[in-house]
Design a protein around this ligand. Structure first.
Ligand code: BGC
Ligand code: ZN
Length: 366
């Protein structure tokens, strides 16, 4: 079976491998679900993995099959599987449990172990192949009516978790009704976070460098949010105009922006960092000023990674509601399909070129 892999540690090593065909019986206790892969999305993490800045192969293997955003069709299930059947559309979660208490209770996204297992990213093979098999716990049904959103389920799980975490943590305030949110970065996570915040009735300012007119800015406006070009209006100017934010979701991929965001958060606010920055960048910040403001303002900083099954289910509900509220808007994220596993080089070229909002591979029809 064809699969697209990298050799971690070697930059630009993306290549095709011949991987063994998985079977339902690979998973014990009749809990296996065999899925035919239809589509696989790629993002900045895949780019960093191919640049050898991030990611590790499974133990004893010299390659890592990439791909962690998957949409597929159930082919066959073991006798213990009741929640999906052959012919159903599904997505798969990314993390696989370690041994901490958080892993054991199904919240492997919150593992307290420093080693984490992620399909297509760290120590576990991914989904950029023809068939995958997994335990029923990690297979999440996708409604037929959301087929056109396919691989957005995984990035949406990350956006849904980031915002849900902020609400969970802000219970410290007894009452928290954020009115103004900033989303920094309008890549897929920024756009999906914008949707979630709009569905929660919040006034959203989604910020990025480009002037208005990009597809990203049109999607922001299609969701009833305000697009802000930071080349024209700095965050400080925005805060002076509309007030500091009650909630900021930072997803630019730039650690300088993550720290910069600390200066525009309002009193009792929450700042959520979601960017995975595998580089070595350093940045200078007005630390005395920030420290003082944050103490006097009871502000909260939260890091958020990944999403567990609950966040996938939550995210799929947001996608469904979003499709009803803003018909035709979210699917505009899916700009750049590449057909067939054989065209993986073209897929990587488009990803590295960085001009496309979303590159994804169409592996099979279905
Ligand atoms: C993935 C997450 C993962 C994170 C860190 C992201 O690109 O979407 O599922 O947890 O990278 O590896
Ligand atoms: Zn990702």
């Amino acid at each position: 079976m064809k699969a697209v892999a990298v050799r971690p540690g070697n930059p630009n090593s993306v290549h095709m491998v011949d991987a063994p065909m998985p079977k339902v019986s690979d998973i014990p206790d009749g809990r296996g679900v065999l899925v035919k892969v239809l589509k696989v999305g790629v993002d900045a993490t895949d780019k960093e993995i191919n640049e050898a800045k991030y990611g590790n192969a499974p133990e004893g293997c010299n390659y890592l099959i990439i791909g962690h955003e998957v949409f597929g069709l159930v082919q066959e299930v073991g006798p213990a599987v009741k929640h999906v059947k052959p012919g159903d559309y599904v997505t798969l979660t990314v993390r696989r449990p370690g041994n901490s208490i958080y892993d054991i209770i199904g919240t492997n996204d919150m593992t307290s172990e420093s080693t984490y297992y992620e399909r297509g990213i760290n120590l576990r093979h991914g989904f950029m192949t023809e068939y995958v098999v997994d335990d029923l716990e990690f297979v999440v049904p996708m409604p037929k009516g959301l087929k056109h959103m396919h691989i957005l389920a995984e990035p949406m799980s990350c956006a849904a978790k980031a915002i849900h975490q902020a609400y969970e943590a802000q219970r410290r305030l007894k009452v928290w009704r954020p009115k103004v949110a900033y989303v920094l970065g309008v890549g897929q996570i920024g756009l999906l976070a914008t949707l979630v915040l709009r569905l929660r009735g919040i006034e959203v300012y989604s910020c990025a460098r480009s002037p208005k007119g990009t597809i990203n800015s049109k999607i922001v406006e299609g969701l009833g949010a305000h697009y802000v070009s930071t080349r024209e209006t700095s965050l400080a100017d925005l805060a002076a105009k509309v007030g500091k934010a009650d909630l900021i979701i930072e997803c630019t991929g730039s650690s300088a922006s993550a720290f910069g965001a600390m200066e525009v958060l309002g009193l009792n606010g929450a700042l959520v960092w979601t960017s995975v920055t595998g580089g070595q960048a350093k940045t200078e910040v007005p630390s005395d000023k920030i420290n003082l403001d944050w103490v006097l303002g009871n502000k909260l900083l939260l890091g958020s990674v990944n999403g567990n099954r609950e966040h996938f289910e939550m995210g799929i509900r947001y996608l469904s509601q979003g499709d009803l509220m803003y018909p035709g808007v979210m699917q505009q994220i899916l700009t750049t399909p590449v057909r067939g596993l054989d065209n993986y080089q073209e897929m990587m070229r488009l990803l590295v070129e960085g001009k496309s909002l979303k590159v994804f591979l169409e592996v099979a029809e279905g």
